[in-house]
Design a protein around this ligand. Structure first.
Ligand SMILES: [Zn+2]
Length: 225
C-alpha cells in the first residue's frame, strides 16, 4: 500500500473526556469505532475512554447493546466501581490488540498467536452471552437477559469483529491517511479507493499539508536558482 503512515508505538497517550458525536462514528462497524476511541495514534494519541461510564455512553451511542442491559451495567458500575475500572482496563488492552491486529492485516503482517488468543477469548464470551430463540419461523441469536457482565462490551466487540469485520476482503480494511488520525474504517465505496476517515477533515488536511510542502519546495528552489 502506498502512502503508509509510519506507525509509531509508545507515544504518550493523553486521556481526554469526550462527548461522542456522529463524526466519531466512521468505522463502518462498532468494532472498528471502538478501536477509534483512541485518535491520533500516529502523532499525539488521545484516549476518549476516561471511565467505565464513558464506555457505556459510547456503547449506547453506537447502539452496541440493548438499553435494558446498559442500564443494568450502569447500576452495577455505581455499586462496584473498582470491578468496572478493571473491566475498562481489560477492554483497553483488547482495543490496542485489535488496533495492532487490523493494522497488521492492512500492512500485510501475520498476527501473533497472543493476539488471536485474546480475540478468541473475548469472542467466546460474546457467543456465550447469546441464546438462540425460534421467532416467527426463524432462529435468531439474542443477548441473554443475564448477560450484563462488565466485560460484555469487549465480548460484543470481539463477536462483531469475528462475525462481521474480519471476514471482509482485506483490501477493504483501511487506516486513515490523514495527519494525527490513524482511524480504522471499512472501505465500502464502489471504487474501493477511500483513503480518509472523512474527506472534509483528514482529506483536506492531507491535501493542504501536501500543498504547503510543495510551495515550500518551490520557494526553496527559487532561492537556490
Ligand atoms: Zn482521519
Amino acid at each position: 500500500m502506498k502512502n503508509c503512515q509510519p506507525m509509531q508505538s509508545r507515544l504518550p497517550v493523553t486521556i481526554e473526556s469526550h462527548q461522542f458525536r456522529n463524526r466519531d462514528i466512521i468505522g463502518g462497524d462498532p468494532a472498528l469505532d471502538f478501536v477509534n476511541t483512541v485518535t491520533g495514534r500516529d502523532q499525539s494519541p488521545r484516549d476518549w475512554l476516561d471511565s467505565y461510564m464513558r464506555l457505556l455512553e459510547w456503547a449506547a451511542f453506537v447502539h452496541l447493546l440493548p438499553e435494558r442491559i446498559l442500564r443494568t451495567l450502569a447500576k452495577k458500575g455505581r455499586v462496584e466501581p473498582r470491578a468496572a475500572a478493571a473491566a475498562l482496563a481489560r477492554a483497553k488492552v483488547f482495543r490496542e490488540t485489535l488496533f495492532a491486529l487490523i493494522t497488521g492485516i492492512v500492512y500485510g503482517s501475520v498476527p501473533t498467536k497472543a493476539m488471536l488468543a485474546l480475540l478468541r477469548e473475548h469472542w467466546i464470551a460474546g457467543i456465550n452471552a447469546h441464546e438462540l430463540r425460534f421467532d416467527d419461523g426463524r432462529v435468531v441469536a439474542e443477548l441473554r437477559n443475564n448477560a450484563a457482565d462488565f466485560d460484555l462490551i469487549a465480548s460484543m466487540i470481539a463477536y462483531r469483529m469475528v462475525e462481521h469485520v474480519l471476514p471482509l476482503p482485506k483490501d477493504r480494511l483501511r487506516i486513515c491517511q490523514g495527519p494525527n488520525c490513524s482511524w480504522l474504517f471499512i472501505d465500502s465505496s464502489k471504487a474501493g479507493r477511500r483513503r480518509w476517515c472523512d474527506m472534509a477533515v483528514c482529506g483536506n488536511a492531507a491535501k493542504s499539508r501536501r500543498f504547503y510542502a510543495r510551495s515550500r519546495q518551490r520557494r526553496k528552489s527559487r532561492r537556490d536558482e
